[in-house]
Design a protein around this ligand. Sequence first.
Ligand code: CA
Length: 226
Amino acid sequence: MRILLVEDEVGLSDALVHMLKVNSYSVMAVYDGESGLFEALTGTYDAVILDVMLPKMDGISVLQQLRAEKIRTPVILLTARSSLDDRVEGLDSGADYYLTKPFATRELLACLRAVLRRPDALREDDPQFGDLVLQASQGCVSCSATGKSIRVSAKELHLLQILMAEKGNIVPKDTLLDRIWGLESSVEYNNLEVYVSFVRKKLSHIGSRVTIRSTRGLGYSVEVQP
Ligand code: CA
């Protein structure tokens, strides 16, 4: 597996290169956005680890240009910033995963394993709603009409599992917060809204007619659009 690492902090880059090599990845390290874009456009990497704050060209711009050129290589964004707006902007730009610095080595390795996992054939017992199939064991969601699939995070998966099991019935926001985040106290409605918006974008990206409907004051439900 060939990994492209775009990170301008030399110390961090060296540490990541070492860690990735120890874990049997081959790594190409570059230190600015322009070089990162040039390398990534070759399409010869299995995944790109991309810092957001970079000299010459920022990571979000690199990612946008990659996606504009139809390069679908999975991208893990590294960011020191953690505001919701930044995460939404990154996801809009086509990132597969986010890691907020500082992150644990094993967190990055888990992310890599997740983005490198290719979706296999659909299984009969995978939950379905409309044209949407949830492949929980592979951490992705597929559209049976278009054949496209996309990776989802654990919380996105959990959100879809709950909503799809309700088959269009409204699930109250409090129920979703309790079941997805448990007793993590700091979680608020706007976190849930961000996840819902992530999932909506992913469903639209794979061409599914299923979307998440918001019923003001009540909660969320899945529905099939005409
Ligand atoms: Ca940086």
